[in-house]
Write a protein that binds this ligand. Structure first.
Ligand code: GTP
Length: 536
């Protein structure tokens, strides 16, 4: 996807400025801005918006030039300024977003031109709400295009969503009214009405929208826009706004199109929030959109807030609360780890979730979804083979009694090495939880969306669960390097034991990655240690 490319380029520009802050601040800022501006323009973002972004970033960064700041503060300022300005670029002041309520019927009406992706998006939204526990129904009020009802029916059956439509009725308002009435009577909570489109913005279409809207009285009207029209999105959304006063936009076909950046910024200029983006033809190719999460994902810094929101919607409330209480106290047991794994696997395709985890989106693209999914399953098998006492522990029990490792490995059909790797990862997350708890006490820390919650950073060598490369300020470890590190550890059990010892050593914070790499005594490992910024 072109936007991933845009993110990589912006990241590249920011990272190179971060490593040059000590040389000449103004020159480093200029070079960074040049990189960002070129990347945005090539992604078709409106030139006036890009120019405003450039001036704002430059103004804010140079204003702070006189202030005495250390290198770390300067880096944080650059990251935060770029982040904030990119958010402003795709943001619009909007009211509280629509949220359906349990035990109450809400109607969501879709509008848009023919072929924009309305029917597909209706089904995607239906699945989105159904997954979150709502009783959802789909109504086909498109009596204009032959085959429209069949298409919705096919999608709905595939997604197991109840549907309503008619082969004989020609009045779309009548079908809509009947469908909504039927679902309301059956206490459906989200009733999604798909309407017909036309090739152009015709008076006829707008009149039809008004009539349907009058009878179904939607709680929310969503306009579906094809992102591949680029900056023309602004003009099209304005025209629709005048007739059907929609309150939100779904931008479709954001996969593989050069004009994604154009459509997002153009639509943001209409002051109507984009709430979801469609990233493919499949039901799960659907991502909720908020400026902060979008920019976080774009920059590969993850979006822990969205991840946590997702976890909350699909997981058991008591479990989540217990986990959060543990995290707030700086604890993260194996049982917390297991629950997190299970929840994540329930959340839909890994590629969507990976985008929210710092650095993992980029890595997933390289290692592949299948590989990552396999590794996650392996983790669950290993955790399933542990006793309650082991799961409730912080993992040290395995160091004290290594025979437990063998038992768990046998029970899960994995190797002792696999079990050790998973334990190391849980240890790492426990360290992050400790760090998060400490930073809560000492005030907020890091980039927006990155505090509070342990991510899923892994150890080098975790196979499909790699670490956090490509985060600003973090090393960029290639999948090949990880595989090599993994192979090295596999050949050398005593090295593995030493590393486990480091994770279980006293004191808080992360283990000394440099020391760990040094132990491997290998030029490639040393290169990796250098990338972690550890002296060799
Ligand atoms: N690549 C990609 N294709 C999409 C996306 N959303 C929809 N499509 C495809 O776009 C085409 C049109 O989508 P529909 O959902 O039929 O569009 P519509 O707006 O309902 O069209 P009418 O019913 O004719 O008004 C289909 O082939 C969809 O599979 C997306 O996010 N990405």
């Amino acid at each position: 996807m072109v936007l991933a490319d845009l993110g990589k380029r912006i990241n590249g520009a920011v990272n190179s400025a971060l490593s040059n802050t000590q040389d000449d601040y103004a020159t480093a800022v200029d070079a960074m801005l040049k990189g960002i501006v070129t990347a945005l323009l090539e992604a078709d973002v409106n030139i006036a918006l890009v120019s405003r972004l450039r001036n704002n970033i430059k103004g804010k960064l140079l204003e702070s030039k006189g202030k005495s700041m250390n290198n770390a503060q300067t880096k944080k300022l650059i990251q935060k300024t770029v982040f904030d300005e990119l958010c402003n670029l795709v943001d619009c002041d909007n009211a509280e977003p629509f949220k359906p309520k349990k035990k109450k019927s809400s109607v969501v009406m879709f509008v848009g031109l023919q072929g924009s992706g309305k029917t597909t998006s209706c089904t995607k939204l239906a699945v989105y709400y159904a997954k979150r526990g709502f009783k959802v129904g789909l109504v086909c009020a498109d009596t204009f295009r032959a085959g429209a009802f069949d298409q919705l029916k096919q999608n709905a059956i595939k997604a197991r969503i109840p549907f309503y439509g008619s082969y004989t009725e020609t009045d779309p308002a009548k079908v809509a009214e009947e469908g909504v009435a039927k679902f309301k009577k059956e206490k459906f909570e989200v009733i999604i009405v798909d309407t017909s489109g036309r090739h152009r913005q015709e008076t006829e279409l707008f009149r039809e929208m008004v009539e349907i809207s009058k009878v179904v009285k939607p709680s929310q009207t969503i306009m579906v826009l094809d992102a591949s029209i680029g900056q023309a999105a602004e003009q099209q959304s304005k025209a629709f706004k005048e007739s059907s006063d929609f309150g939100a936009i779904i931008l479709t076909k954001m996969d593989g199109h050069a004009k994604g950046g154009g459509a997002i910024s153009a639509v943001a200029a209409t002051k109507t929030p984009i709430i979801f983006i469609g990233t493919g033809e499949h039901i799960h190719d659907f991502e909720s959109f908020s400026p902060k999460s979008f920019v976080s994902k774009l920059l590969g810094i993850g979006d822990i807030e969205s991840l946590f929101e997702q976890i909350q919607t699909v997981s058991n409330k008591e479990d989540t609360q217990a986990m959060m209480e543990n995290i707030q106290q700086g604890k993260f047991t194996l049982s917390d780890f297991k629950k997190q794994m299970q929840t994540i696997m329930k959340m839909g395709p890994l590629s969507n979730i990976a985008q929210m985890i710092p650095g993992m989106g980029n890595m997933m693209n390289q290692v592949g979804e299948e590989e990552t999914s396999k590794s996650m399953k392996k983790m669950v098998y290993v955790l399933d083979s542990m006793t309650k006492q082991e799961l409730d522990s912080d993992g040290r029990i395995f160091i004290d009694e290594p025979s437990r490792l063998v038992r768990v490995a046998r029970g899960s059909g994995c190797t002792v090495f696999d079990v050790e790797m998973i334990l190391m990862q849980q240890q790492m997350m426990a360290r992050m939880a400790q760090g998060a708890a400490a930073s809560k006490q000492g005030g907020a820390r890091g980039m927006p969306g990155m505090g509070g919650m342990p991510g899923m950073g892994g150890m080098p060598g975790m196979g499909g669960m790699p670490g956090m490369p490509n985060m600003p300020g973090m090393p960029n470890i290639s999948p090949q390097m990880m595989q090599d590190a993994q192979a090295k550890l596999r050949q050398n059990p005593s090295l593995m034991n030493k590393m486990m010892g480091m994770f279980n050593g006293s004191g808080g914070g992360m283990p000394d990655m440099g020391e760990m790499m040094k132990m491997m005594d290998d030029p490639q490992m040393q290169q990796m240690a250098k990338q972690f910024g550890m002296g060799m």
